[in-house]
Design a protein around this ligand. Structure first.
Ligand code: UD1
Ligand code: UDP
Length: 362
């Protein structure tokens, strides 16, 4: 059984569902918590995945308490009914944590996809770092995307025989989505200008840090007239409010609703660079040689910083302004990042995970 509930989990689990469904020896059950509603459904429709169970937990402006309690309460019956040989969870969301905890209470083995990423600061990203570490404690199988993630798990005391380095399934997802012949009205709007992509949503950035990000971006755009930015705003009402207050009226930015992952991945493959505090985008853009300025104070993806595909620029307006300007004006700096090698996999992570699961279950 695979359980997930938010947009990024869905993007990274759907290619695995597709792979597992090809395996005749495995029965694949999909349970979504519905922690996200519209943004989850967009992904399910792109990958043609129809869940067997849907807990429909999302509430407008939900708290961590509501998500956790509602998932715990509602998933119990599903888990007791299905009694999977393995329940797979993904990454670091509240869906991931609550599902793993429910499995623990029912003594159902859990496999963790995207295991072992760490900042070692449980308040940043919040609450994701805690979620990922806590799930690591519960899991029987750890599917680590990189060797560094494996090392982190070994340092945590995990038995090496339970850790598998697979690559990140998001690169597999892009094999389903990115196409050569692609058109979109937003790309027509950008025309021959340089296309910048923007996203921001982290809880710890809601407030002043996010205002700093948007002010910096606005200043840089005012000084560069050959640049246009596309910003699909996360559906969180707190994020929407700040984005509208800081960015409305800027003619070089299109503020749009979240777009289907099919479109977003094709935008990424064609952009100049991306400014973000997202996790997944740090792995995706570099797969197409697109530099990412990470607007956070730390990252659980230091492999990308080390490889040179990511630049950790923090959340101070002047730092973001400086780095964004530099990548627009300094061709050498840009080329260095664009040609660095993405460390997050070769697009075959799902096959590896499915092979391992066949070995475990059969
Ligand atoms: C969640 C995850 C975060 C992940 C992010 C990906 C937790 C604690 N946070 O954060 O790790 O990086 O998803 O986007 O698990 N909303 C809608 N429709 C949607 C989705 C969200 O209206 O389809 C609104 C709702 O008002 C919801 C709010 O956004 O209450 C926040 O959603 P929530 O899942 O609590 O937090 P995210 O910030 O999305
Ligand atoms: N994404 C999308 N549509 C958009 C913006 C982003 O499908 O309009 C995808 C993107 O490809 C990436 C994922 O959403 O895979 C990132 O989700 P988010 O930033 O919400 O979460 P995080 O990765 O930080 O947990």
């Amino acid at each position: 059984m695979l359980t997930f509930g938010t947009r990024p989990e869905a993007i990274k689990m759907c290619p695995l569902i597709i792979e597992l469904k090809k395996r005749k020896n495995i029965e694949t059950i999909v349970c979504v918590t519905g922690q996200h509603r519209q943004m989850l459904d967009q992904v399910l429709s792109t990958f043609n995945v129809i869940p067997d169970y849907d807990l429909s937990v999302m509430l407008p402006g939900q708290t961590l308490f509501e998500i956790t309690v509602n998932i715990l309460t509602r998933i119990k019956d599903v888990l007791e009914n299905v009694r999977p040989n393995v329940c797979l969870v993904h990454g670091d969301t509240s869906t991931t944590f609550a599902t793993a905890l429910a499995c623990f209470y029912l003594q159902i083995p859990v496999g963790h996809v995207e295991a072992g990423l760490r900042t070692y600061n449980i308040y940043s990203p919040f609450p994701e770092e805690f979620n990922r570490q806590a799930v690591g404690l519960i899991c029987k199988y750890h599917f680590a995307p990189t060797e560094l993630a494996k090392k982190n798990l070994i340092a945590d005391g995990k038995d090496i025989s339970t850790i598998y380095v697979t690559g990140n399934t998001v690169i597999d997802a892009m094999r389903h989505t990115v196409v050569a012949d692609y058109h979109h009205s937003e790309l027509d709007w950008v025309g021959n200008d340089r296309m910048i992509l923007i996203t921001a949503h982290r809880r710890e950035n809601q407030g002043e840090p996010m205002r700093h990000m948007f002010r910096a971006i606005r200043r840089v755009l005012d000084e560069h007239h050959d640049v246009k930015a596309i910003y699909p705003v996360h559906m969180n009402p707190k994020v929407k409010k700040i984005a509208n207050e800081e960015l409305s009226g800027c003619r070089q930015i299109h503020i749009i609703n979240p777009i289907e992952v099919f479109d977003w991945h094709n935008f990424e493959a064609r952009c100049y660079l991306c400014l973000t505090d997202s996790g997944g985008i740090q792995e995706e853009c570099p797969a197409y040689g697109k530099p990412v300025l990470v607007m956070r104070n730390n990252t659980e993806r230091p492999e990308g910083v080390e490889a040179g595909t990511l630049k950790l620029v923090g959340t101070d307006e002047n730092d973001i302004y400086k780095w964004f300007t530099r990548l627009l004006d300094d061709k050498n700096e840009y080329e260095k990042m664009a040609h660095a090698v993405n460390p997050y996999g070769d697009g075959h992570a799902c096959e590896r995970i499915a092979d391992i699961l066949e070995g475990i279950i059969l």
